[in-house]
Design a protein around this ligand. Sequence first.
Ligand code: ATP
Length: 235
Amino acid sequence: MLLELRDVSVNYGPVAALKNLSVKVEEGQIVTIIGSNGAGKTTTLRAMSGMLPVKSGEIHFEGKRVDGMAPHKIVANGIAHVPEGRRIFPDMTVEENLRTGAFLRKDKAAVEHDLRDVYNRFPRLLERRRQRAQTMSGGEQQMLAIGRALMSNPRILLMDEPSMGLAPVIVEEIAVIIEEINARGLSVVLVEQNAVMALELASYAYVLESGNMVLEGPAVDLRDDETVRKAYLGL
Ligand code: ATP
């Protein structure tokens, strides 16, 4: 198992946001967590990347316990987070934003190699490398946020609603990018309100409601599940 949450609970003060969550991600898999507003999807990713402390339970990555580890150590171990709303640095150029993703890495040659790799994957970022990030479109900013995460040379990518606020044709483009990244061996945890996209991309899915995991299974099965179809697919 690459990443595993065992009975993880997270609180915001007295309020329980996640209740005894167990999630497993295998090497090379795309796993999705779907759920409506406020279900706890973002909280789950923030716990995985060490930005929120767990109240109880354990998080293991590549056999190592990572809950309680500082966020930068978790990045160095190979977990990269593409946050909700992209969180790029608006006044910095595209290339400066990309380089922040590699700030922990010491091997300069490898960083330059990965930068070229990101530019190969996202030619639009290469064209706009000297442009201030805030002047980019929503889709380009999402690509930048993904590119920046790739610059840390991760084993797993945690993606928080990459489709948010984007036109359907751009959502398609992002979906293809996620598939390509995964095809090159990177595991992905995809959090989405766009359950249609998420269940198409993922091989395994979890459904979160008010901090509880209420359903899980192969994504194809959840696509056919009556409750999921009514509540999340609008069918
Ligand atoms: P969305 O899709 O709307 O982003 P989500 O599934 O990602 O929702 P979370 O953002 O994880 O949900 O929030 C889970 C619950 O925790 C919600 O009830 C939310 O109001 C609460 N919450 C989130 N952040 C905080 C915070 N900083 N302080 C207190 N409560 C919070």
